[in-house]
Design a protein around this ligand. Structure first.
Ligand code: KG4
Ligand code: ZN
Length: 338
């Protein structure tokens, strides 16, 4: 049995979690996790302020670690590996997690392991009771990435398609900003869209018929801006309709390309991960089209869709189990923002 602590600090959430790797094999189990969101702090600025993010991670990470260890009734000295998000993310924010992980590792004489943030998202559905099995096609939709990939096992990832400009989360966030919605835009736009008509405005579905599995969302944001400008003083009365139309455009492209990727791969399993995976319309539409085609869809639990420490601890545990990577005692705390 191994106990692995995971620390996430790449952006605006401080996450710490503890997983146990069963001695006899089998999926690692989440023992406890703690999360502190900085959303309230950044809201006044309309987006994440990197310097404030770093400072808040410093304030939160040790109390969260103490809380997680207490919740799991595990002593600090019993940890076997300390994992942290190595990147991508904000450099200063990443350095907080890396610094704390390396300091803990050095003090305890235990190895540390840097984890790729996206691999954390990708493997987060393994934390749910209904965990997927390899191989599968994954749709990774976060604030910074939109990728379709074939996943044959831990560390065996083949990119099938990705965005050539903005990520899906970015499209949600930037459109929300154009509609005057507060940060974080994605969930706010989704909420507003609930009361709107998705057919009210004709917005582009970029690359929908491109024949490949790539995405492009930059043009959509421009179309939303054009529409908002056209409405002018009438925008408030049509805001929900414009939000619903925007969401429908993003979701339609994501769903169609994803189903195409699954069908082309010949697989019957899909994993959806990353913050946009929390979107209700995306889940509804994917569930419906996949059910009709006999494709099983797996998501992380809703509260583990956005950034958290559990996915980092889990990814570290699965990598170590698969022999894909080894924790080490160099304590170099190098981060990879990009
Ligand atoms: O995975 P994540 O927490 O952070 C990154 O690694 O980027 O994803 C954050 C993104 C943001 O763009 C946010 O607006 C979006 O996920 N998001 C949503 C929803 N919840 C979060 N977008 C649409 N609908 C939601 N319910
Ligand atoms: Zn993320």
């Amino acid at each position: 049995m191994q106990l692995i602590l995971g620390i996430e600090s790449s952006c605006d959430e401080t996450g710490v979690a503890l997983v146990r790797v069963p001695a006899g094999g089998g999926l690692p189990q989440l023992l406890a996790h703690g999360l502190h969101s900085q959303i309230e702090m950044h809201r006044a600025y309309g987006g994440v302020v990197p310097e404030l993010a770093s400072r808040d991670h410093i304030r939160r990470v040790l109390p969260l670690t103490e809380q997680v260890l207490a919740d799991a009734q595990v002593a600090l000295a019993d940890l076997d590996v300390v994992a942290f998000t190595r990147g991508p993310g904000l450099a200063g924010a990443l350095l907080v997690g890396a610094g704390v992980a390396c300091a803990l590792g050095a003090a305890l004489g235990k190895p540390v392991l840097g984890v790729h943030h996206l691999e954390g998202h990708l493997l987060s559905p393994f934390l749910s009771a209904d965990a997927p099995q390899f191989p599968f096609v994954a749709l990774l939709v976060s604030g910074g990435h939109t990728q379709l990939m074939r996943v044959d096992g831990v560390g065996q990832y083949t990119i099938l398609g990705e965005t050539i400009d903005d990520a899906a989360g970015e499209a949600f966030d930037k459109s929300a900003k154009l509609l005057g919605l507060p940060y974080p835009g994605g969930p706010e736009l989704a909420k507003l869209a609930e009361g709107g008509n998705p057919q009210a405005f004709k917005l582009p579905r970029p690359l929908l018929h491109s024949g490949d599995l790539d995405f492009s969302f930059a043009g959509l944001k421009t179309a939303v801006l054009t529409q908002a400008n056209k409405l002018g003083a009438d925008l408030p009365a049509h805001k929900a309709d414009l939000a619903a139309s925007t969401q429908a455009a993003i979701v339609e492209v994501l769903v169609k390309k994803t189903v195409k990727a699954v069908q082309q791969s010949g697989m019957q399993r899909l994993v959806v991960a990353g913050g946009v995976g929390a979107n209700r319309l995306l889940r509804e539409q994917l569930n419906a089209v996949c059910a009709a085609r006999g494709i099983r869809v797996h998501y992380p639990e809703l509260h583990l869709c956005t950034d958290n420490g559990a996915m980092i601890a889990m990814a570290a545990a699965m990598r170590l189990q698969a022999g894909q990577q080894q924790a080490d005692c160099s304590y170099a705390f190098d981060v990879k923002p990009r």
